[in-house]
Design a protein around this ligand. Structure first.
Ligand code: SAM
Ligand code: SF4
Length: 326
């Protein structure tokens, strides 16, 4: 369906858990955080039911995210059931890759179309610094295994952080020289603990890449569900994408909504506006009533983010990224 600003909304990101096996410095605090209890999190049956409802409103692409989605049991069951819904033709996953090697086979057999793997550095020490606890070797094995599946689109997500991994851009780009793999540089967003860090802008990253490898050529084919822009480099097999929500706002092309693990439908990443769908289901609302509420929320999706404005504005999102799903 289209919203009040005539944007076609056809993509939903669903966070299936707020738990994670890592503690990335720009996403989660180091100290123990309170996670939702099992009955506060949407069950797989509730997620599948809501996907059926969303599909009736024109949502055709579903991204499964978290927290870390692979820490939840039997994710393949969820993928298979979402994929079977009429009109949903694309089911993808964003993961930190730690558990990917052992799960990718059943996920692909269940119909997974693409996987985005977050890896902000190739250096073991820096990886520990960023994730606080992660073992990068597991992620690399997960990436290599994912690349064995011919029909699976594989992309890497990299967040560059000032004075942590900002000198490692070229090593990351080298990853795509001989591999059918895209790399996307995601600008650090001032959400949750991300407000305490300084990111590296798209322009700064482009400059570093072009100085070493030559001109980035615009690549016009779409490689994903969102508004990221892709480029090719001479002599490199893979493509480079930028997701620059801060420096190159793409709100006018935004096609997405988000469902948190507690069942809250968010229509913009930055605002806490939306509706508590888990509550509506528990109150016994009919499918027609749910459709009406969702329609109304999507129609009134905010026009744009305001990352440059005062971060503590009362309507702005106060949750951390692992609770929202990125
Ligand atoms: N755990 C999975 C992962 O790391 O891919 C999925 C959830 S994570 C919240 C989804 C994406 O959001 C990751 O690529 C992560 O790097 C990104 N992310 C987290 N916090 C961010 C922030 N403050 N700014 C930009 N991207 C962020
Ligand atoms: Fe976990 Fe992903 Fe957040 Fe890192 S970015 S703490 S892996 S949810």
């Amino acid at each position: 369906m289209v919203d009040i600003y005539e944007r076609e909304i056809d993509y939903i990101r669903i966070s299936i858990t707020d738990r994670c096996n890592l503690r990335c410095v720009y996403c989660m605090p180091e100290e123990k955080i309170e996670c939702l209890s099992d009955n506060e999190v949407l069950s797989y049956e509730e997620i599948i039911y809501l996907c059926e409802v969303f599909s009736k409103l024109g949502i055709s692409k579903v991204k499964i995210t978290g927290g870390e989605p692979l820490v939840r049991n039997d994710l393949s069951y969820l993928v298979k059931n979402i994929k079977e819904i009429d009109n949903i033709n694309n089911v993808t996953l964003t993961t930190n890759g730690i558990l990917l090697e052992e799960q990718i086979d059943s996920l692909v057999r269940s119909g997974l179309d693409a996987v985005n793997i977050s890896i902000d550095t190739l250096d073991e020490f820096t990886y520990k610094n960023i994730t606080r606890i992660g073992d990068i070797k597991k992620v690399i094995r997960g990436i290599d295994k994912a690349l064995e599946y011919e029909n699976l689109l594989v992309k890497l997500n990299c967040v560059m952080i000032n004075e942590i991994n900002d000198k490692q851009i070229l090593e990351l780009v080298e990853m795509i020289r001989n591999k059918d793999l895209s790399i996307r540089f995601i600008e650090l967003m001032p959400i949750g603990v991300g407000k305490q860090r300084k990111g590296v802008s798209e322009n700064e990253i482009r400059k570093v890449i072009e100085k070493k490898f030559g001109k980035l050529n615009q690549f016009n084919e779409s490689l994903g569900n969102g508004p990221s822009c892709y480029y090719s480099l001479d002599k490199f097999k893979g493509k480079i994408g930028f997701i620059s929500a801060v420096s190159h706002k793409f709100c006018d092309k935004c096609n997405r909504i988000r469902l948190t693990s507690s069942g809250f439908l968010k229509t913009c990443l930055q605002y806490d506006k939306g509706i508590d769908l888990k509550k509506l289901i528990s109150e016994g609302k009919s499918q027609e009533e749910l459709i009406e509420s969702i329609k109304n929320a999507i129609y009134n999706k905010p026009i744009e983010n305001k990352f440059f404005e005062i971060y503590s504005h009362e309507n702005f999102e106060q949750h951390i990224m692992s609770e929202i799903g990125g």
